[in-house]
Design a protein around this ligand. Structure first.
Ligand code: GTQ
Length: 344
């Protein structure tokens, strides 16, 4: 593609006149906003080690009481987007949240969608629209747009979880805001796995307000399914998507969630795709190759890959590795922006 004229090729007086009238010439920026063949991502391939995050998060627990933080979170920020913008990718926000025993993060609801993937600790819970969802390692809990949620902790060790939100996109759209509230009444407990057995309490069958029939996806069930699939199929990638059990669609509208099993001594070569991705190790050890970068990840470590990256998931250990993936595919598919390419 031909090189186009630069801003410096124009007379300074002319550029000043344009600026004064709030006008901008397109051609010096045309190749940046419409680069040939693939986007130029700000998202860098990077990783965050849990062993680096945890001591700083525990220290935050000493430095800032929960009442002064509301949500005690260290944000996993991608330097490619500028740390202050708090983005892992252009769509995905990641944070590690700490709740100490007896602490309580008050109810609120906001326009961005969130999920929690529990990293460490027992006996915390998130109450979503009156449904008390226990938090155990590897569980996925949805707090979709507009649903009230609060976090509490009945245990005696710190609990840490990974927050994934579509905040960067919703904020960019100038659609991000929160409503604060008080304690919500718990109306619905013991709903563990309402759909797992194909039976639902009738009072939940027709929901006037939301189409989020399942708010908690226990890790024990996801892991069991991955193991069952691996037993039935000795080769090829083993991946399960977190879906709305009533519609079979992605469980949230903007970000997609899935879990992958990488068998002992297996390499999974992923096809480059237009959606950026986040990887978080639930169990095991993973060598993650993103283009020419290699990241050695252990349990609770997190990484992200930009669009169209060539990604390899390599398990060199003798134990299976289980990974949680968040990606931008649902929103890109809705906007007809999603594509997958052959590997080089
Ligand atoms: O727990 O509700 O990481 O509102 C960022 C914003 C967590 C939460 C975050 C939030 C929350």
């Amino acid at each position: 593609m031909e090189q186009l004229a630069r801003l410096e090729d124009l007379p300074t007086r002319y550029v000043a006149d344009l600026t004064q009238k709030n006008l901008v010439p397109l051609w010096p920026s045309l190749r940046n906003v419409l680069p040939p063949l693939k986007p130029i991502p700000h998202t860098q391939a990077i990783s965050w080690k849990f062993k680096d995050i945890k001591p700083l998060l525990i220290e935050a627990g000493e430095l800032t009481p929960i009442e002064k933080a509301e949500r005690r979170v260290l944000v996993l920020a991608n330097p490619g987007h500028g740390l202050e913008n708090m983005r892992a990718t252009s769509v995905i926000y990641l944070g590690m949240q700490l709740l100490l025993p007896k602490e309580w993060a008050p109810a609120h609801r906001h326009t961005p969608n969130a999920v929690r993937l529990i990293v460490e600790g027992e006996k915390a819970y998130t109450t979503v629209e009156g449904e008390k969802c226990p938090m155990s390692h590897g569980d996925l809990i949805l707090t979709p747009s507009g649903l009230w949620h609060e976090h509490g902790h009945d245990g005696d060790e710190p609990v840490i979880w990974l927050d994934v939100l579509d905040l960067p996109l919703v904020y960019y759209m100038e659609a991000s805001y929160v409503e604060g509230g008080e304690c919500q009444p718990v109306t619905n407990t013991g709903t563990k796995s309402r759909y797992g057995k194909g039976l639902v309490p009738t009072q939940h069958h027709i929901r006037a307000k939301n189409n989020y029939p399942m708010l908690r996806y226990p890790w024990a069930e996801a892991k069991q399914l991955l193991n069952d699939l691996a037993e039935a199929q000795s080769q090829g990638p083993i991946q399960v998507a977190y879906v709305n059990p009533e519609t079979g669609e992605d469980c949230q509208k903007i970000i997609g969630y899935s879990a992958v099993m990488v068998r002992a001594n297996e390499t999974i070569q992923m096809s480059p795709c237009s959606a950026a991705q986040v990887f978080h190790v639930i169990e095991g050890q993973l060598e993650l190759q993103i283009g020419t970068d290699t990241f050695n990840l252990e349990k609770a470590d997190t990484a992200c890959a930009p669009c169209f990256a060539q990604v390899d998931l390599i398990n060199k250990s003798s134990e299976p590795c289980f990974i949680f993936i968040a990606d931008e595919a649902p929103i890109q598919k809705k906007l007809d922006l999603y594509s997958v390419r052959e590997r080089n």
